[in-house]
Ligand binder design. Structure first.
Ligand SMILES: Cc1cc2nc3c(=O)[nH]c(=O)nc-3n(C[C@H](O)[C@H](O)[C@H](O)COP(=O)(O)O)c2cc1C
Length: 171
């Protein structure tokens, strides 16, 4: 059995639901035993054989608990396979810009945590609620409005998760 930890951060809950969907899909595969948990220093990487780590982007960066988890635990992950995902809404109107934000963050993470064995990474659209923006971002958003609502593509998340199975199991 490959024990997989899906560690995530969230502010408003949409990434938690994505982490749950990833766990559900992984557990539908033979030989995988997956569970999710909010990223924190109390998780023990020795208990797992592979990791999926994800966070929403806020101002182009992951929530620090997820970034810190990946960076600080990277040595203890000991070269075990790691898949990374970002959630955001930049990509709803401009997919290339969404991907670029994600790639830039992953690159900076790999610089501070060079021992992370990243076998796969992806960006997915999240859930946009204008009311969650601070007032100054609401003003900016008025000029290039992101459509409100749930932009999560469950099919794309499921397909990506299926593609992870051989990479996480080291096949
Ligand atoms: C204040 C604020 C800043 C955001 N910054 C970004 C960003 O830089 N890039 C992006 O793609 N999405 C951005 N988003 C969209 C969130 O990443 C998206 O709503 C995500 O689904 C939130 O995840 P959560 O519900 O797990 O916290 C921002 C949202 C808010 C409210």
């Amino acid at each position: 059995m490959t024990r997989v930890l899906v560690a995530y951060a969230t502010r408003f809950g949409s990434t938690r639901e994505i982490a749950s969907a990833i766990v559900h899909e992984l557990n539908a595969s033979d030989g995988i035993d997956a569970q999710s948990a909010e990223a924190s220093g109390s998780l023990d990487p020795d208990q797992f054989d592979a990791f999926v780590i994800g966070s929403p982007l806020y101002g182009g960066k992951w929530i620090s608990s997820a970034g810190m988890f990946a960076a600080i635990m990277s040595e203890r992950m000991n070269g075990k396979p790691v898949a990374l995902f970002s959630i955001g809404t930049t990509g709803v109107m401009k997919p290339e810009a969404g991907d670029a934000e994600h790639k830039a963050f992953i690159e900076s993470l790999s610089e501070v945590a060079p021992s992370l064995n990243v076998v796969e990474d992806a960006a997915f659209n999240g859930y946009f609620e204008r009311a969650n923006l601070p007032w100054y971002l609401r003003i900016i958003d008025r000029f290039a409005p992101t459509p409100q609502g749930d932009h999560r593509d469950w099919q794309a998340i499921q397909t990506w998760t299926k593609s992870l199975v051989p990479k996480l199991s080291g096949e």
